[in-house]
Design a protein around this ligand. Sequence first.
Ligand code: XMP
Length: 315
Amino acid sequence: MFDAEKFIEKTVDQLQEKIKGKALIAFSGGVDSTVCAALVNNAIGDRLIAVHVDTGYMRKNESIDVKKMMEELGLNYRFIDASKEFYASLKNVEDPEEKRKIIGEKFIRLFEKTAKEEGIEYLVQGTIAPDWIESGDELRDTIKSHHNVGGLPEDIAVKLVEPLRDLYKDEVRKVARVLKLPVSERQPFPGPGLAIRIIGEATPKRTEVIREACYIVEKEIENAVKQGIIEKPWQYFAVLIPVKTVGVQGDKRVYGYTIAIRAVQSVDAMTCKYSHIPHEVLDNISIKIANALGNEINRIVYDVTNKPPGTVEWE
Ligand code: XMP
């Protein structure tokens, strides 16, 4: 049985012992990085600098909300808007692993730059067990390179601190609850963000489409949870499939992209089952997406794939 209180006590002590100078944390505002930031902040206070990067691949209003949260948590923070840079670096890139590596490397380089400016020696990361297990090693296959592991350059000039390395997601949530963090029940969101929810090239225009589609899926599912129609899925989002199919709008032929809706149940993300979302909820999502994105999207499908054989994300 995982004892969150003991974990917190032990980890804060170890962090105090280990981190002698200034540390930097990549703060996405998700459960993992928020728990990490809170633990390290407890251990070393203002010597921790939280850096949030708006990559342009964040969800609707996400970076603004993250900024607010960093203020509320009393963190010493920096906010970097790097969206133009990220979009440029993914121009013409279609391969999922290449996307992940480019994004991972970009993140690290940005953090390295801040680290140099601030005289930082330690980089804190919210890596959890499934991240490094699935990123492969001499014992295991690479399923996909989670951006905070596989994208790490070999010549990195700061020391890595990964306080959650041995934890699974449900354990991280337990720690978040004990620390009373507002993110304890948030669904996971991958480091590479919406870039891996667009199959193929993640252009700024496609990103706007998937951002809105993800927003609609999240809102409608959360509404259904509130009304007691469904249990909260582990994760729920949209995927943009830039394959054109024929549709009709009014009396006009349209030729647009497809959105896949994905909702899954899982315990630790190592396996998952697709959620049995009732048709009334899927209807609402379908209609809202068609109304909001009818110029680009004319087909909406529901993904009924478990993991294995699929993975949670499509890339
Ligand atoms: P997959 O798609 O591998 O996802 O079945 C398992 C869980 O991990 C999340 N995920 C990531 N998280 N960096 C992250 O921090 C990543 O590169 C990454 N890729 C996938 C995914 O959303 C799911 O919760």
